[in-house]
Design a protein around this ligand. Sequence first.
Ligand SMILES: [Fe+2]
Ligand SMILES: [Fe+2]
Length: 158
Amino acid sequence: MYPYNLEQIKIMSEEDSQKNKITEMLILALEDELKDKDYYMQMMEQVNDKEVKEILRQMSLDEQKHYKYLSQIYKQLTGNEPVVQVGKVEISGNILEEIAKAFFGELEAVEIYRRLMFLFLNLQIRDMIYEIITDEQAHAAKLNYINTKYRAKKETEE
Ligand SMILES: [Fe+2]
Ligand SMILES: [Fe+2]
């Protein structure tokens, strides 16, 4: 089902504290992925532009894929299914503000995933997290594109 077939996970240090830190980071990341998936779906419903709708739909699917990858890593590391609960994500009607917020959120995610990636020794795991990192970078670039498109639209309307 997944493109990655995980072997035993090896981390930088076998100390319990590091394993705990990683599981904590994974749970936080899983929460964020679930929220982002929901957030981009909602944003998609708010916009009328067909191209922007398709970009947002694809981004939401990416976040869903990230969730799958991270839960697979979590399961392999701990032997348990991750327990993740998030409330409903609120989105304002101010699309330009939301796009800016999402843009910086994506850049932040890149830094968090880079830190997470360095804690693993397996190349497989690093490849998975690297795939997530490049997706989040692409998300930031796409949000930048959407922002430009909306601002240009606004100018022609004024
Ligand atoms: Fe993501
Ligand atoms: Fe993202």
